[in-house]
Design a protein around this ligand. Structure first.
Ligand code: BGC
Length: 254
């Protein structure tokens, strides 16, 4: 993706995407154009808040572009700038973590923190009708958007789908490695059928690291997307009105 060379305005956004496998960051202008490389590093093995913050600091130092605001997509349940769960990071270490405040204090800039699939979805959807975004990676990300409005985040990854498995167990990377591509595609087909019946979406987008393994024939209203398609989401997040799941955290006064 081309990087816009010249940078002038003071509304640049540092966009961070924290994932179970990698942490990605880039600087965007307010329209969502890339002003830096889209850089990624592996998520630390013991991904405690401290380890993730250290990684974010190091990553951002390599981007070499000024920014005035920060967007963060996080792989778990987030409310009012605080993380409540993170099933695929260090379990039990992320309850009530004021991640937005900590990042805001590190960089001295305002921060908006939302779920990772929600942030990607903001960059992907067209704003027409009921659009759903899946991210199939380490975990199963979902975002619901109606006429362009991001609906409150639901942790659909943790609904049960068999007697012993939730969606993360059923379709996440661990399952992919265990059952292989063919069975994994069958599972994805089952999930799509469930969503068709339950949600009656107008359009479904499927992205995330494992979407490259999809061999299914997809209906005309299902589209594959890449991580790069979701990048603009970090800029779109700052266009949203503040609502309980979209919340701006400012640096603490020193
Ligand atoms: C988490 C979701 C997240 C998804 C993709 C799941 O384990 O519960 O919040 O969006 O993984 O990262």
């Amino acid at each position: 993706m081309p990087v816009t060379k010249k940078e002038e305005n003071d509304t640049n956004i540092l966009s961070i995407d924290i994932g179970g496998t990698s942490i990605k960051a880039c600087v965007l202008n307010s329209k969502g154009d890339l002003l830096s490389e889209f850089t990624k590093v592996p998520t630390p093995v013991k991904s405690t808040p401290e380890a993730v913050l250290k990684c974010v600091k190091e990553l951002v130092a390599t981007l070499n572009q000024p920014f005035e605001r920060v967007s963060i997509g996080f792989p778990g349940y987030v409310k009012n700038g605080k993380v409540q769960t993170a099933a695929n990071l260090a379990k039990n270490k992320w309850t009530d973590v004021d991640l937005a405040q900590q990042v805001s204090d590190i960089f001295g800039k305002p921060v908006r923190l939302i779920n990772d699939a929600d942030q990607q979805a903001l960059g992907i959807v067209t704003g027409k009708g009921f659009e759903i975004v899946f991210t199939v990676g380490t975990g199963f990300g979902t975002a619901l958007v109606f006429d362009g409005e991001l609906l409150p985040h639901l942790e659909l990854a943790h609904l049960p789908i068999t007697k012993t498995k939730d969606y993360d167990d059923y379709i996440g990377t661990k399952a992919f490695e265990k059952i292989g591509k063919e069975k994994w595609n069958e599972r994805l087909a089952r999930i799509i059928e469930i969503y068709k019946t339950v949600f009656n979406y107008d359009t479904l987008y499927i992205g995330g690291g494992n979407s490259k393994h999809i061999t299914l024939r997809l209906d005309h209203n299902i589209h594959l997307v890449t991580n790069k398609d979701g990048i603009k989401g970090g800029a779109k997040l700052w266009e949203l009105e503040e609502k309980y799941h979209v919340f701006t955290i400012h640096p603490a006064k020193k």
